[in-house]
Design a protein around this ligand. Structure first.
Ligand SMILES: NC(=O)c1ccc[n+]([C@@H]2O[C@H](COP(=O)([O-])OP(=O)(O)OC[C@H]3O[C@@H](n4cnc5c(N)ncnc54)[C@H](O)[C@@H]3O)[C@@H](O)[C@H]2O)c1
Ligand SMILES: [Zn+2]
Length: 347
């Protein structure tokens, strides 16, 4: 993985592998803004761009089929390279396409959102949605290379940029130490244009994911820790039909709720909860949750589909830098924790 200004240039080295052709999967507005710079830095003058519409709807088997047909028509073969240039949607879709087209062609990721740079482009999980089920069909398929240049983040809308910061905060809670420290020092001043402070933070946040994935490539227990804040988060997204919150914002609320839950469980000290909750709140304002029914949210908590009885594996923070997995959390406590956050409980 290469993170930093001009990271795209490292794609040039992949060229030495002698690909028969190179394709770039991306979105039209993104490509209009950054395509020329990307082609130039990456040295991909002859690569052909393939476009998918922006948005989660593109993560579908239908789009995979369409893209595979385009690849075939353009004579892509087993020795072709696919570069996914976009956010988590293009990355997950491109990864799935590359892993299945002619039983697998090489893949490189050039992530263009905060979420993608610190999370989704790392770890080799690919997938598309089927029906209402997110990521129902997918593969593990590590890319040859991940190149993240923070310059692309300057065109993100402020809300999208801030949404990614909740995932950065999540990684800081998992890691503790320096990453948490610099976020606590600088969270308000973090903008995409402030590259000097943002650069090291992105590197550190991406490294948290790399470390977790390295030790647990195929998602046994360790990788679960990355779901911190996501149990409540997913329920919130679902309860609002994926309309009210960005994913990161739902994770922001999810973090606040699970901190509350951890305290109610007697696992997380009050002072530690207060410290962590404050950082989440400092990222910025979140869309309201006041009108949501706690009972409904608890009913929507995602259960582990791979385990008998569909238990919920909670990632419960014990302190900064340490979480534990618990599958015996009383639903009543979960509902109470959510209600606390709804009513503005301050630890
Ligand atoms: N594979 C994994 O491990 C993993 C992990 C986390 C999330 N995900 C997936 O990632 C997806 C969410 O990723 P996301 O938040 O990047 O969403 P996204 O890809 O939809 O991007 C968010 C929005 O930003 C736009 N955009 C992208 N780059 C831009 C740029 N540089 N400037 C301006 N606009 C830009 C996109 O068009 C889109 O409208 C979800 O589908 C989720 O399931 C996967
Ligand atoms: Zn997430």
């Amino acid at each position: 993985m290469v993170v930093g200004r001009r990271a795209w240039q490292r794609l040039g080295r992949l060229g030495a592998r002698g690909y028969s052709s190179i394709f770039i999967l991306t979105e039209r507005p993104l490509w209009r803004r950054w395509g020329t710079a990307f082609r130039k830095d990456a040295g991909l003058k002859n690569a052909r761009a393939l476009f998918v519409p922006s948005g989660e709807q593109s993560k579908s088997l239908a789009v995979v089929g369409r893209m595979a047909e385009l690849l075939l028509a353009a004579h892509a073969d087993r020795r072709s390279l696919l570069v996914a240039f976009g956010g988590g949607v293009v990355g997950d879709l491109g990864g799935f396409l590359a892993s299945t087209y002619m039983r697998g062609i090489d893949l490189a990721q050039a992530p263009t959102t905060v979420v993608a740079q610190v999370d989704s482009a790392i770890g080799g999980k690919t997938g598309v949605n089927v029906g209402a089920m997110k990521n129902l069909v997918g593969t593990f398929y590590p890319p040859r290379l991940v190149v993240s240049d923070p310059i692309v983040l300057t065109s993100l809308r402020p809300r999208a940029f801030r949404s990614g910061l909740y995932e950065v905060v999540k990684h800081a809670f998992l890691a503790g130490g320096h990453l948490l420290q610099i976020l606590e020092d600088q969270i308000e001043s973090l903008t995409a244009k402030n590259a000097a402070s943002l650069g090291p933070i992105l590197v550190a946040a991406a490294r948290v994911k790399v470390e977790v994935v390295k030790r647990d490539e195929k998602e046994a227990r360790l990788r679960w820790v990355l779901n911190l804040g996501h149990t409540f988060g997913h329920a919130l997204e679902e309860a609002t039909d994926y309309r009210r919150f960005t994913h990161g914002e739902a994770v922001g609320w999810g973090l606040l709720a699970v901190l509350r839950l951890a305290n109610r469980l007697g696992v997380l000290a009050k002072s530690e909860e207060a410290r962590m909750a404050e950082l989440v709140r400092r990222v910025g304002p979140l869309p309201t949750i006041a009108d949501l029914s706690a009972r409904r949210i608890v009913a929507l908590l995602p259960q582990d589909k791979k385990s008998v009885g569909g238990r919920i594996h909670w990632v419960i923070p014990e302190r900064v830098g340490k979480v534990r997995i618990m599958d015996n959390v009383p639903m009543k406590l979960a509902a109470e924790a959510f209600r606390d956050v709804q009513t503005g409980f301050a630890p």
